[in-house]
Design a protein around this ligand. Structure first.
Ligand code: ATP
Ligand code: FE2
Length: 322
């Protein structure tokens, strides 16, 4: 069965097409570039203006027509209301017009499942790091339990805010990574870990202050070293506590090579496998299609009346039946 997945929770409009063997047939993404922070209404307008183009490109790439699609899945939340409503409307229209079953999926769980499928992991401890989210999760008794999370902003959001104040274009994560490679001197910054929870707002304020009298490269280097050491410490604490044998890194910040390196070394110390879904850490439609297919294959069905969007859709409220 061909599954089409639509992502559009914030900045990325993505449509993925997968087949019944979970193979990727198409992965088309269009990214909204905000001038100063993501404006929900503008981002949703970007989605409605681009959806036809992205859909046509995905179908062409996958070499399928809508008549061959057996399931339409879409990001039901969490995310920005106007964006979520735009893609949900598109998914409903396709479902009704072509008579195709529809499933709304949790965006955060999609980030985890794409990692498990592409990396071939069975029961990983997951570090999910993106703009809006920073969580350490593991499947336990039918739910992804959150063992630790940020107490304020997501680590990606922290990097993007740092970039906004220092004139790095959005998203700042990749630019900070590049600048950090040229940094050599570590500048002391606040390191805030509470058990398996973390906080990034003090780190952000302090790093911004340090840019006044230090080279930006050194500040970026120190910002990454501090934030990623915090993430590695909490992941290690959860790993030791849960005796996990696999560590999965996912979400947009998972693209960062330095973070991958630090977690890889830590996992090796504990004889645990470490992996990251390279190319699929950032928001994409493929992960939405894959989760839709997993849910469908485990017997989950939904009706149009159940496709209302959930702006604050918590990861630990979804029963994992697959
Ligand atoms: P979510 O709804 O899951 O929070 P999101 O809308 O934040 O998703 P993602 O694509 O998962 O979207 O993550 C985007 C974040 O990833 C941005 O904050 C961006 O700066 C960050 N990012 C992307 N590439 C890198 C990188 N190489 N290093 C660090 N951060 C990165
Ligand atoms: Fe995301």
């Amino acid at each position: 069965m061909i599954t089409l997945g639509i992502e559009g929770t914030a900045h990325t409009l993505g449509i993925g097409v997968v087949d019944s063997r979970y193979e990727v047939l198409a992965d088309i993404r269009e990214i909204y570039e905000p001038v100063r922070g993501i404006h929900p209404r503008e981002a949703s307008q970007f989605m409605s203006e681009n959806i036809k183009k992205v859909l046509d490109a995905a179908l062409t790439k996958a070499d399928v027509c809508m008549g061959e699609v057996g399931l339409v899945s879409f990001s039901q939340g969490p995310g920005m209301g106007p964006c979520l409503r735009t893609i949900a409307t598109a998914a409903r229209a396709l479902s009704l017009h072509y008579g195709i079953p529809i499933l709304g999926v949790n965006h955060c769980i999609a980030h985890i499942e794409v990692g498990k499928i592409l990396c071939g992991l069975k029961d990983p401890l997951t570090l999910y790091v993106s703009g809006g989210n920073t969580q350490i999760l593991k499947l336990k008794e039918g739910y992804y339990r959150i063992f630790g999370e940020t107490l304020d902003i997501g680590v990606g959001n922290m990097l993007d805010k740092f970039g906004r104040e220092t004139d790095l274009k959005h998203p700042a994560g990749p630019k900070i990574e590049k600048l950090a490679r040229k940094g050599a001197r570590y500048i002391e910054l606040p390191y805030v870990v509470k058990g398996t929870d973390l906080s990034f707002s003090g780190l952000l304020t302090s790093a911004l202050q340090k840019t006044k009298d230090n080279p930006i490269e050194d500040v970026c280097f120190s910002l990454q070293e501090t934030a990623f050491a915090m993430l590695t410490e909490v992941t290690e604490r959860a790993l030791a506590h849960l005796a996990a044998k696999e560590v999965l890194l996912t979400g947009g910040v998972g693209n960062n090579m330095r973070l991958q390196e630090m977690l890889g070394v830590m996992a090796e110390d504990h004889d645990a496998l470490f992996d990251v879904p390279r190319g699929y850490c950032s928001d994409n439609g493929v992960m939405i299609a894959l989760l839709g297919l997993l849910m469908h294959n485990s017997g989950i069905r939904s009706d149009i009346s159940q496709t209302y969007v959930k702006q604050r859709f918590r990861t630990d409220t979804v029963e994992i039946k697959w």
